[in-house]
Design a protein around this ligand. Sequence first.
Ligand SMILES: C[S@@+](CC[C@H](N)C(=O)[O-])C[C@H]1O[C@@H](n2cnc3c(N)ncnc32)[C@H](O)[C@@H]1O
Length: 285
Amino acid sequence: MLHLVGLGLADETDITVRGLEIVKRAERVYLEAYTSILLVDKEKLEAFYGRPVIEADRELVETGSDDILADGDKVDIVFLVVGDPFGATTHTDLVLRARELGIETKVVPNASIMSGIGCTGLQLYNFGQTVSMVFFTETWKPSSYYDRVRENVQTGLHTLVLLDIKVKEQSLENMARGRRIFEPPRYMTVAQCAAQMLETEEERQEGVYGPDSLAVGAARVGAANQQLVSGTLKELSTVEMGAPLHSLVLLGRRTHDLERDYIREYAVNKETFDASYAKGYGASL
Ligand SMILES: C[S@@+](CC[C@H](N)C(=O)[O-])C[C@H]1O[C@@H](n2cnc3c(N)ncnc32)[C@H](O)[C@@H]1O
């Protein structure tokens, strides 16, 4: 059987009791290591589980899934996913492949960034579509996320922006020369995301949001050193929030008073927060 087990958001102890029992008795345990990261090393997981864990990069999952699923009709295989197995990145392709091979599948859910973001004080009911922000390059600045942000803004809803993670990336030169040398991993910060959002607005000039629009930065959600910061996009574009992972929420205009009070507590600057808020946010909109 293939078990997709969610690991939650912070460290090795966030796995559920049910998930841990399955991990302990499974034949092989894989850790999905390219769409999110746990805030602790793989070695810590292995020590806590008392058994080895095989890291599964994108290549292995997308092109070598038959290796992962080998003998899955006879033995238990675990595929660990940081967060929830179906939160943001779904692993439906692996489940479908297992079904094709006649392998039964089960899922052990856990907290996802899609639910953990409630720690900001923003109500999950008031979120619209989630979007992803990728690292811009000199020549590639994709802005398809902007159209979905517009739809959320038009209905007054918050937008959760998930930020790019680059692991096992190769430089063009190394790729051209067929060298398997990887760049150090990169994780987008709240500041980089806010700056790129403003760059897109400059480019598109459609007034979906602007430098005075309010947003919330969330770093290391669920961990002991979780950090939350609210402020204008301009303020957040220079904020320093430390180690990964980071997410950003663009505040919807139809904000409840309780949401306002909660996020104002951790504003970079309460005066600029109040001034921006007064310009166009509130429950009556
Ligand atoms: C593909 S999504 C996460 C999918 C994961 N399966 C889940 O359910 O949470 C990865 C992105 O979510 C955000 N994220 C995940 N965990 C986070 C955390 N603990 N704190 C802040 N952001 C986080 C980051 O923007 C990260 O790049």
